[in-house]
Design a protein around this ligand. Structure first.
Ligand SMILES: *Cc1c(COP(=O)(O)O)cnc(C)c1O
Length: 381
C-alpha cells in the first residue's frame, strides 16, 4: 500500500468494542488484569498504552518497517537512541546539528566519558575519517539545522556497516514522507514528533524507529524503565497529524520552493539554503535519496544581524518562534534563538553566522507569504 493509505489505515483499525473509527484516547494509568498469570495484555501506561501502541505501529509502517517507540520529546528520543553508549565510547556527529542534540553530547554525555567528534562539511568522507576504534555511533541530521546539509545515507550506512558502527539519522526536517533512512541502510531513525509529524504546533513528542530486533528490545526496556513516555492524548494528536502528513508535506514543499526561488533572486539576500534549489551543493543527492525537499529553508542576509533583525521585525505573517513544522509559517534567528546557548566560538565553528534566518514555511497561500517577505525585505537594503 502507498504512504497515504498506510497513514490513514494502518495501526488504526476501528475500536473492537465500540466501532469507533478513530483510536480512542486511553487515558488510564493502569489496566485490570485477568488473573495473577500475565496474559500478554496492557498492564501499566508507562510500560504500554493502546493509544501509544497505535501510534508506534503507524510510525513503523511509515518508516518502511521495523519497530517504533515514542517518547515525551524529541530530546528524550535522542537520549534513548544514545543510551547504549558507555564511558570510553565515542560518537561522530555532523557539526550542524540541532542545538539540543549538541547540548546532550556536550553537557550530558561528555561528563560521563562519552566523547563526540564533529565533522565539518558533512561529506561521507568527513564522517568516516572521524571514526576511531572506540567509535560506536555516527549521528547524522539530514537535512541539518540550520544549514540544510544532507548526509549521503546510502554511502554513510555502507561505511558504518564496514566499521561496525551504528548509524542514527535525525530525520525530523524531512519526515518519513520525504526520506526513509532505514530503507537507505540506517540503523536508527529519530524524530521530534513535535514538528511535522504532529504538524500543528500543539504538542511535544519524539520517536525512535529501527529495523533491528535486538536494538528495538533494548530500546523498549529503556523506554519502560527510564519512563520518558508521551501521554495518550499527545499520542492521539500525533496519530491525527499522521493522517494528513502527505498533503501537508506536499504543500509545505511547494510553498518552500516558491519562496526559495523568490528569495534567491532578492538583492538583500546573500544565499538561500534549500535542497530543492539547483544552487544547493547537494541538490543531486537530495533528488536521489529524498522524495521531495521539505518545508524548511535558511537564508543568509547580506547585511548580517542588522538586516536579519530588520527582516524579522518587518514580517507580519511569519511568527518569530523557535519551533518548526507546523501549519503556520515561522521565522527564527539561529544565532539569537535556537543556537543562542552556544559560545560565539562554537557558533563560528558551525558557520552559524549572524545574518542567518531560518524559515519554517507553513501552509498559508504562497503569494501572501511572498508578499510578507517582500515588504519586510524592503527595509533591509
Ligand atoms: C526539535 C528538534 C529536536 C528535539 O525535539 P523536541 O521535541 O524539541 O525535544 C531534535 N532534532 C531536531 C532536528 C529538531 O528539530
Amino acid at each position: 500500500m502507498q504512504f497515504e493509505t498506510l497513514a490513514i489505515h494502518d495501526g488504526q483499525t476501528p475500536d473492537p468494542h465500540t466501532g469507533s473509527v478513530t483510536v480512542p484516547v486511553y487515558q488510564t494509568s493502569t489496566f485490570a488484569r485477568s488473573g495473577l498469570e500475565y496474559d500478554g495484555g496492557f498492564v501499566y501506561s508507562r510500560i504500554g498504552n493502546p493509544t501509544r501502541q497505535a501510534l508506534e505501529n503507524a510510525l513503523a509502517l511509515l518508516e518502511g518497517g521495523g519497530h517504533a517507540l515514542t517518547f515525551a520529546s524529541g530530546a528524550a528520543a535522542t537520549m534513548a537512541a544514545l543510551h547504549g553508549l558507555r564511558p570510553g565510547d565515542h560518537i561522530v556527529s555532523g557539526i550542524d546539528v540541532y542545538g539540543g542534540t549538541y547540548r546532550i553530547f556536550k553537557e550530558l554525555l561528555a561528563p560521563m566519558g562519552i566523547t563526540t567528534s564533529y565533522c565539518h562539511g558533512g561529506t561521507t568522507e568527513s564522517y568516516l575519517e572521524a571514526i576511531r576504534p572506540e567509535t560506536k555511533l555516527v549521528w547524522a541530521e539530514s537535512p541539518s539545522n540550520p544549514l540544510m546539509r544532507l548526509a549521503d545515507i546510502r554511502a554513510l550506512s555502507a561505511g558504518c556497516r564496514e566499521r561496525a558502527v551504528t548509524l542514527a539519522v535525525d530525520s525530523t526536517f524531512a519526515s518519513p514522507y520525504f526520506l526513509r533512512p532505514l530503507e537507505l541502510g540506517a540503523d536508527l531513525v529519530v524524530h521530534s514528533t513535535t514538528k511535522y509529524l504532529g504538524g500543528h504546533s500543539d504538542l511535544i513528542g519524539g520517536a525512535v524507529v529501527t529495523g533491528d530486533e535486538a536494538l528495538h528490545q533494548r530500546l523498549k526496556t529503556y523506554q519502560a524503565a527510564a519512563g520518558a513516555v508521551p501521554s495518550p492524548w499527545d499520542c492521539w494528536l500525533v496519530l491525527r497529524g499522521l493522517k494528513t502528513l502527505k498533503v501537508r508535506m506536499k504543500e509545505h514543499e511547494s510553498n518552500a520552493m516558491h519562496l526559495a526561488r523568490f528569495l534567491e533572486g532578492h538583492p538583500a539576500v546573500r544565499r538561500v539554503l534549500y535542497p530543492g534549489l539547483p544552487s544547493h551543493p547537494q541538490h543531486e543527492l537530495a533528488k536521489s535519496q529524498m522524495k521531495g525537499f521539505g518545508g524548511m529553508l535558511t537564508i543568509e542576509m547580506k547585511g548580517g544581524m542588522e538586516a536579519a533583525g530588520k527582516l524579522i521585525s518587518g514580517l507580519k505573517l511569519f511568527i518569530l518562534a523557535d519551533s518548526l513544522g507546523g501549519v503556520e509559517s515561522l521565522a527564527a534567528s539561529p544565532s539569537k534563538m535556537t543556537l543562542w546557548a552556544l559560545t560565539p566560538e562554537e557558533r563560528a565553528a558551525r558557520e552559524c553566522t549572524e545574518g542567518l534566518v531560518r524559515i519554517s514555511v507553513g501552509l498559508e497561500h504562497p503569494q501572501d507569504l511572498e508578499q510578507d517577505l517582500k515588504s519586510a525585505l524592503e527595509g533591509c537594503r
